[in-house]
Design a binder for this molecule. Sequence first.
Ligand code: OGA
Ligand code: NI
Length: 346
Amino acid sequence: MAESLSKPVQELIVTGGELPEKYIYKKGENAATDVSYPPIEVPVIDLSLLASQSTAGEEELGKLRSALGSCGCIQAINHGMTASFLDQVHEIGKQFFALPIDEKQKYSRTVGDIEGFHAADSLLSEHQTLDWTDRLFITIYPEDKINLRFWPENPENFREILNEYTRNLSLMKELLLKSMAKSLNIEEDCFLKQYGEGAMMVAGFNFYPPCPRPDLTLGVKPHTDAATITFLLQDKEVEGLQILQDGQWFRVPIVPQAILINVGDQTEIMSNGMFKSPMHRVVTNSERGRLTLAVFCHPDAKMEIGPVEELIDKKRPRLYKTMKDYVAIYLENDQLNKRPIDAVKI
Ligand code: OGA
Ligand code: NI
């Protein structure tokens, strides 16, 4: 039983046949059915403008604030990484999942680990429908939290490319958190101050194999991210991500060379609800595999996080408690099928 629970989705395809029950949503549940979804226009933000002290920079801050306060995400361009470098980042993920199963299993998650290669089920309770995806999770920042046992040596340039990507995202993270505060007219270090020495970045490579029944499955069930912010490198050719707005699902179109950045629960908390952590999911398709890389930014688990005082007043009372280690609260509630952020609402 335990054996079949942790079987990678890629291996299910090899054995063929009908979909195992555990991946099937019942009628009327979450499954994507076969209606087509309208696209959502995610605002495109020029990061080079955010850093500039100009009128254009001010306008861009206004755009950032309104985007994060409504759909909760942006498509970031002019982030300083070339198209060919982003292709390389995508390629190391693709090459890893193309390796024989024995090779990938050298990096398998074992009980108690957050990191490692695994089918999406291993942390879930028995009552949840399983996601149609295989994953590789690795801590990429800070250096002293890196455990190379989970870092593939194949493809050969995996480590070098991922390190380079991490360096770029660290700079982007700082710029964004400062810009987010500035856009709300509060001191620019307000959000960063809650980060602490042990702040982390975790990379999740997601591979969604083609699925013979996209009408019955989901690549990832509806969720919000626990992170402060998430950087998502979408697949360049295959769509799949959807965002819920006003009770309706919209597909997120691919913007070549952009990094999709979304608010996570911890930013919704720190901003006292000014920024929204969007509900999102991933649908499957029967034709092409899809590879994405999500990088989650987390404050130090030992630090207290909570709404910034300047964002609390009579008109806007405090919406969330102050807490440590939101990720633990998130995981606990997620396994009970409860929306995690509700657990810290006042
Ligand atoms: C996630 C996620 C979206 C995607 O990993 O949390 O939402 O398109 N991924 O892979
Ligand atoms: Ni997500």
